[in-house]
Design a protein around this ligand. Sequence first.
Ligand SMILES: Nc1nc2c(c(=O)[nH]1)N[C@H]1C(S)=C(S)[C@@H](COP(=O)(O)OP(=O)(O)OC[C@H]3O[C@@H](n4cnc5c(=O)[nH]c(N)nc54)[C@H](O)[C@@H]3O)O[C@H]1N2
Ligand SMILES: Nc1nc2c(c(=O)[nH]1)N[C@H]1C(S)=C(S)[C@@H](COP(=O)(O)OP(=O)(O)OC[C@H]3O[C@@H](n4cnc5c(=O)[nH]c(N)nc54)[C@H](O)[C@@H]3O)O[C@H]1N2
Ligand SMILES: [Mo]
Length: 758
Amino acid sequence: MAKDLKSKVPGIEPFEGPAGGWSALGSVARVLKDQMAVGRETAALRKVNQPAGFDCPGCAWPDPKHTSSFEFCENGAKAVAWEATGKRATPALFAKSTVSQLWQWTDHALEDAGRLTEPMAYDAASDRYLPIGWDEAFARIGTALRALPDPDMAEFYTSGRTSNEAAFLYQLMVREFGTNNFPDCSNLCHEATSVALPQSIGVGKGTVTLDDFALCDALFSFGHNPGTNHPRMLSTLRELSLRGVPIIAVNPLRERGLERFASPQHPTEMLGGQGTPIAQTYYQVKIGGDVAFLKGMMKWLVANNALDHAFIAEHTNGIEALCQDLDATSWDDIVATSGLARDDIEAAARVYASAERVIVCYGMGMTQHRFGTRNVHQLANLLLLRGNIGKPGAGIAPIRGHSNVQGDRTVGITEKPTPALAEAIRRTYGFDVPLAHGHDSVAAVRAIRDGRSRALVCLGGNLAVAISDPDITFQAMRKLDLAVHIATKLNRSHLITAKESILLPCLGRTEVDLTARGPQFVTVEDSMSMVHASQGGLKPASPWLKSEPAIVAGIAKALLPGSRVDWDHLVADYDRIRDGIEAVFPIFHDFNRRVREPGGFRLYVGASVRDWGEGGRARFLVSPGLNEDLRLQGDGVLTLTTVRSHDQYNTTIYGYSDRYRGVEGRRDIVLISAQDLRDRGLAHGDRIDVESCLESAEDPGVRAVRGFTAVEYDLPRGSVAMYFPEGNVLVPLDCHDAHSGTPGYKSVPVRIRATADV
Ligand SMILES: Nc1nc2c(c(=O)[nH]1)N[C@H]1C(S)=C(S)[C@@H](COP(=O)(O)OP(=O)(O)OC[C@H]3O[C@@H](n4cnc5c(=O)[nH]c(N)nc54)[C@H](O)[C@@H]3O)O[C@H]1N2
Ligand SMILES: Nc1nc2c(c(=O)[nH]1)N[C@H]1C(S)=C(S)[C@@H](COP(=O)(O)OP(=O)(O)OC[C@H]3O[C@@H](n4cnc5c(=O)[nH]c(N)nc54)[C@H](O)[C@@H]3O)O[C@H]1N2
Ligand SMILES: [Mo]
């Protein structure tokens, strides 16, 4: 598209540079200046991902072993600056502004108020949050929870920045209380992975380590945006590219980080301007067209006898059914659904077949669909066809989001406890664990909507904004008896007040966590099952903050007067919590010793060594068709995906610059192809309304976003994109993957028309 056309719309100007480079350095300098605590933050930055430092809260991409030089990362620097900020949201702020006034602030402004400094409780009479002592806060929470007729009427949310230690204590408290209601951010994220991969390969985690990337000879990237969401991965991709390894990107949007990267670690590249090319081939698949693309590749492999027959015979079940399904799938349908030519898909299959060791990476573009689980099954099928799981240099790599989202699940945050977990907790702590399955995130919000749940406790996060259908969700949460938020910063969920609402401010990763027995460290697990220690060094943002483990223990003591757990003993010394984790989860054997080794240790992942779990074999799983629900749409319907901008961390809006996509100073846009604009008689820059075509039996009504600006963009015809969370109003709660509950944020059928002048 012509540059002059683009510049006519305010804030829209194509970005020609590489990912990384000087623009990334400039952006970090700006955020440091804006957060007004340069000394504190730059001290913090020197400790990111160092052997004796703290784990970067930015993402779950692993660290190279024994990192010795600071690995520059724009995303990480922003996440650290945002937490280590000099700004404070003190009681004075809450005295000045009522909750109704704060509600009018933008999401950016709310968090930009700075770190929460004291426990606060909502006072309905004055519509204000007022300071409250810790003991009083814990007592009120305990009383309100115990007043519920049934523990299953409370929901306990976890966001994935929480450490293993805090998460373990939290699930212990909740289970002793008597429920498995554990909605968590993973339900909104990689749940499709956690459901699909155990069915395919016996374990719900990735099978590769960072070392495998040095050995692979082809890499496929499906539906993730490393330049923005896991920038440290770009160093790995750059090395592959320089080694001549083909990188194949499959993504409806041409993401700059997958195109080219200038590494700030390499001064010569910074001088050169355009950086290192990343993807050898870029397939702009239609939104939701990945299964078609994958089936096309697999059809070619079968037709050309490019399978690893020995591996298939020894290690797998189900090949016949897969071949029948591929036979029954026509190339015409594959081409129509993927939006790609047969020759191109076959070319991708040839690259795949000529490599001995292939890694497939994927993110939210695969999981956040009504058919997320089916997407992940097909990725596993592709790898299994050539024995690309369980050997060096090959495997599957789900790219996790939050820095400890994987660890939280490993240490027991799950609404579906196994009998083995229940038994291990009973043996270790002497109480019976409920076995009935609890609520995931969508089920929790539905229960709140229907009045079946009356209390919500959140260990971090911003559930109301992160989940689908905010209009329904906000209204529902206002009817709660109790809302508790353990948080570092103020966000919109905190302003949705219940009869009793309590805000508990906690220490962040960057800060010293001191108990009577000395400074403590916590542990986290990255995307590749590496567990390591994280210890902050900064002075806490306020003297009243408590650590997450201490807050959980405080609530537990108030909630469970006759508890079988000695909470004070555990939180005095986190080694004791880790001993508990090891007692309940044998894969953590020798935890306290192994985590003290530089770089930590890797948890056992069976599929990495071709141990396929129950049944002894990996399974080809068939899902007939090509996600036909995408095509039941009628005339003029487009498929909308919701993505992160370059200047946000989930619901945390750092600023309004989506640099690599050429968007500055705004978020109220819809990216749409020239052809789709023309078909509707629209032009670049027109104001448009987006209406959801998803009907909800549970919550009928029109879901729409009005007055956004159409931005002509290089996208496949029929595919449009806007930002998360602005797009969440278009997704009804009951629009989710049937198997994993993951909301279909990435394939919403919508209609677009010009905004009517009023
Ligand atoms: N700076 C920053 N870092 C982050 C986060 C953040 O918000 N900001 N969030 C963290 C979290 S919790 C997570 S889960 C990860 C998320 O990291 P990503 O998985 O990269 O998340 P998204 O921004 O949602 O981007 C999804 C990508 O999928 C593509 N896509 C959309 N629909 C489809 C489709 O149908 N098919 C295919 N093949 N591709 C599609 C989009 O174009 C986009 O490039 O990042 C983590 N890291
Ligand atoms: N439409 C659409 N919706 C989506 C997505 C999408 O791609 N599209 N992505 C989904 C995904 S992948 C995810 S993971 C969810 C994210 O959902 P959440 O994890 O619930 O949301 P976050 O925005 O990460 O949470 C931000 C808040 O966490 C708190 N916080 C930050 N650090 C800490 C800490 O160290 N301790 C504690 N206790 N609190 C802390 C701060 O108060 C901050 O306001 O959103 C989901 N929603
Ligand atoms: Mo996520």
